[in-house]
Design a protein around this ligand. Sequence first.
Ligand SMILES: [Zn+2]
Length: 117
Amino acid sequence: MELYLSDHAHLRAAQRNLSLHDIEKVMTWGREMYNAGALFYFLGVRDIPTTYRGDKRSRQLVGTMVVVCSHCQQFVITVYRNELALRRDRRKSKYDSRGGYRCSCCDHIIEILPESA
Ligand SMILES: [Zn+2]
């Protein structure tokens, strides 16, 4: 399935040196959680297939969260490292004031909390 990244996700992925391939790995291997109209993928160390556990690049992805639209599941809202999620990002994103994010693919409203983006 083809993925679309929001501008925000593009920026965050670049800041964290995550390629589209890395994001796909997290979505393939990670565990899924639904919350607030979004689908969260989280990669824990045990989620990495045994054959990839020795792979440095794959291990670096541990702790990565990928947030996608829960409706079309192909629009990536943001990506972040789990430890950063615990810290509040004081910089306001453009969608904070609306209290949600509209998926560019399917118009689904995602009500994720600003601090998780
Ligand atoms: Zn969508």
